[in-house]
Design a protein around this ligand. Structure first.
Ligand SMILES: [Zn+2]
Length: 437
């Protein structure tokens, strides 16, 4: 499948560029797809949605809310992207803003593309892994054919092999010119200690104070690392526009090494940071956990980190009381001591209805937090190590053919080992299935 994209940026109409920058920004386009080629005026910084939505030309949507063109990969990517450009003199080059990462520890690292023009011009474009599907970076892709300054060129960007590549902006720049950061959403980077940390604005979102958000992110990440006794992974915070549909189910979510937080909750780290960061450490360990254990650990880690870091004792005490009450009184999911297994511990994902959802999260957190209290100091560290130790068993039980009972029972065993105590009474009351003798 081939899609065409034909864009010419009118230099005089690029409002945010001035002086020397105008020369550099010879042609800043947005990779959009078009049926019959057409020339469109484009300002730098336009999102693909703005440029293309009216014409229904969407090739792929990234969770950040931007629309990009996907080249290659298994999910319907196109094999060739057409770009219409204007040469910027000798040595002018094509720059691409792109993200390249397989979704789930795929085999591929990076991708190979090819830039072609006419019959005879062909240059390889090697794309490095950007570590996250939402992490768009400008790359200096390839030189353009030597044609007179200002000459128009039709370029084809072809996908050859590797991972899918999402392209959301492109530019033809004069030799040695660089893309202006103002063309793209803002990024704050801190590579000082531990894994790299980044705060990134997504389409339409605004980060009120990148340095402050970075500080909150670093503290939360380091607190969770200390608690789990784990080395910090790379961590990317994507600030989403409030009202983005991706956040319908809650204030934040996580995938891979990214956490996604509403722009208007960035200053409220206790609402989501430690919880989502706990999932990032889980992702790093590569062990698939039963849903309730994953959420229970995230919920309990959040309680501990929030109490320590922010001194929100009242909030923590209230949460503890509510969790204890659930264990004693039960709810629609489970009555304490009932013979039936608590359905919250057999879930594979969060229930769709709000009540069931809340209840499932509460049961998960209550169980892990009760085990943590019994285990005392070092519980989370031992738990994190225990999960790694039982990694093979979790893979078999969570991803394998066996039913959820085996995975839940294994989770109970790992929790007991981390607590250094027999938690059979807690598990029996809460409805966690026992491990086979
Ligand atoms: Zn969670």
């Amino acid at each position: 499948m081939t899609i065409g994209a034909k864009k010419v940026a009118a230099m005089g109409r690029v409002p945010r560029l001035a002086g020397a920058a105008l020369l550099a920004a010879a042609c800043v386009g947005i990779a959009s797809s078009a049926g019959p080629p057409e020339v469109a005026e484009a300002e730098s910084g336009l999102s693909v949605r703005e440029a293309a939505s009216d014409r229904g030309l969407v090739a792929a949507r990234c969770a950040t809310g931007q629309i990009c063109v996907r080249l290659g990969g298994k999910e319907g990517g196109v094999s060739r992207l057409e770009l219409h450009a204007r040469s910027r003199g000798a040595g002018s080059r094509l720059w691409l803003r792109l993200a390249c990462h397989e979704r789930w520890n795929g085999r591929w690292k990076g991708a190979s593309l090819r830039l072609v023009a006419g019959e005879s011009f062909s240059k390889p474009v090697e794309v490095a892994d950007t570590l996250h599907l939402e992490r768009f970076e400008w790359i200096d892709a390839a030189p353009l054919p030597e044609v007179p300054d200002g000459a128009e060129i039709d370029l084809g960007l072809e996908w050859l092999s590797g991972a899918a590549v999402d392209v959301d902006q492109w530019a033809v720049l004069a030799a040695r010119a660089r893309p202006d950061p103002a063309w793209s959403p803002r990024v704050w980077i801190d590579g000082s200690e531990g894994g790299p940390l980044e705060v990134r604005e997504c389409d339409g979102a605004s980060v009120f104070d990148g340095e402050w958000v970075m500080k909150l992110l670093r503290e939360s990440r380091d607190d969770v690392a200390l608690l789990l006794g784990a080395s910090p992974p790379p961590l990317f915070l994507f600030a989403l526009r409030a009202g983005d549909g991706a956040l319908d189910a809650g204030p934040a979510f996580q995938n891979r090494f990214g956490i996604f937080v509403r722009e208007d909750e960035l200053h409220l780290p206790w609402r989501s940071y430690a919880h989502e960061i706990s999932h990032v450490f889980e992702e790093q360990s590569g062990v698939p956990l039963p849903w309730f254990l994953s959420e229970g650990i995230a919920g309990a880690v959040d309680l501990v980190v929030t109490a320590r870091r922010f001194g929100r004792e009242d909030w923590t005490r209230e949460r503890e009381l509510a969790l204890d009450r659930l264990l004693v009184e039960g709810d629609a999911f489970h009555q304490p001591g009932a013979a039936a297994v608590n359905p919250a511990f057999l879930l594979q994902r969060a229930p769709a209805d709000a009540d069931g959802r809340r209840s499932a999260y509460e049961w998960s957190t209550a169980l892990v937090f009760a085990a943590a209290r019994t285990g005392g100091d070092g519980f989370f560290r031992r738990l994190h190590a225990g999960i790694a130790e039982h990694g093979v068993d979790f893979v078999r039980d969570v991803r394998g053919e066996r039913d959820g009972l085996a995975a839940a029972a294994l989770a109970g065993r790992v929790l007991s080992e981390a607590a250094g105590a027999d938690l059979a009474e807690l598990f029996r009351s809460a409805g966690l299935p026992a491990a086979a003798p």
